[in-house]
Design a binder for this molecule. Structure first.
Ligand SMILES: [Zn+2]
Length: 277
């Protein structure tokens, strides 16, 4: 039985998805309309062109062959699947078996990525891969937005003057880059030292699998985050919103919310829990 997705909006950014540890994790992000992980293949991802896989655990990637199969029926043009370079051969083999079963070929391109690699995903939008801290090869992804604004020294000028300079061929705009969204996939706490840029992302999606004090050691062993790991770095989150997902099925969403309020009082007003609808 599939769960109802949860949704989140901040300005133009819209996120929809489901995430429970060991069950399924997938998120659709618009713009540009890409997916971070594909869970067990929800139909809502069937029309998505770019699929970014964080790692090979099946609750994040099992649905890939099914989604490629659906897409082949509905839209015969190719789509792109991005993944950690270390798992590209195995993902290709997984899809190949499905193609053989269906006596067909899915139109798609598999694109292995390493930390630091960037991909154009839309007008003025890029995704950048970064290393995370899990028990299998894994990547997280930043969604970067390029914005254009008038160069500072021109801002005092009359609009006609700026237009005249632009017509004369002068570059009147400067480009800035915003880390709009960061999706960390599954990760243990060393992510905070490996990728400190995540603290400055406008929206941060961070897994939070464990809550009980007795599960702290377990979280580290399985490459997951415990709420206490977040509490330890609470002062560093500059994000406008922090979205928590991937909660263990032992806990209810209300347990997570209550403990966030208790243990991270300063961050709590910016925390959103995105597990299911
Ligand atoms: Zn995992």
């Amino acid at each position: 039985m599939s769960r109802q997705p949860a949704t989140f909006r901040l300005g133009e950014l819209a996120i929809e998805g489901c995430s429970r540890a060991g069950e399924e994790t997938w998120f659709r992000v618009s713009p540009p309309g890409l997916a971070f992980d594909v869970g067990r293949g929800p139909l809502t991802l069937a029309g998505v062109r770019d699929l970014f896989v964080t790692h090979g655990h099946l609750d994040h990637v099992l649905g890939l062959p099914y989604l490629l199969s659906r897409r082949a029926l509905d839209h015969p043009w190719g789509r792109r699947v991005f993944c950690p370079a270390e798992i590209a051969d195995d993902l290709a083999a997984l899809v190949k078996v499905a193609e053989r079963l269906e006596r067909t070929q899915y139109p798609f391109t598999l694109c292995p990525l390493a930390p630091g690699d960037r991909v154009e995903v839309g007008r003025d939008l890029q995704v950048e891969a970064f290393a995370t801290d899990h028990v299998v090869p894994s990547l997280g992804y930043h969604l970067l937005r390029h914005r254009y604004r008038l160069r500072e020294e021109l801002r005092e000028l009359a609009p006609e003057e700026v237009v005249a300079r632009k017509r004369a061929g002068e570059a009147v705009e400067e480009r800035s880059e915003e880390r709009w969204l960061t999706f960390c996939g599954d990760t243990g706490p060393s992510i905070f030292t490996r990728e400190p840029a995540l603290f400055a992302s406008r929206v941060l999606m961070l897994e939070c699998t464990f809550l009980d004090p007795s599960h702290r050691e377990r979280a580290g062993r399985f490459g997951h985050l415990h709420l206490a790991d977040l509490a330890a770095v609470e002062e560093r989150f500059e994000n406008e919103a922090v979205i928590l997902y991937h909660l263990s099925r032992r806990h209810r969403p209300a347990d997570l919310r209550r403990q966030v309020d208790a243990l991270l009082p300063r961050l709590a007003p910016r925390v959103h829990v995105l597990l299911e609808g």
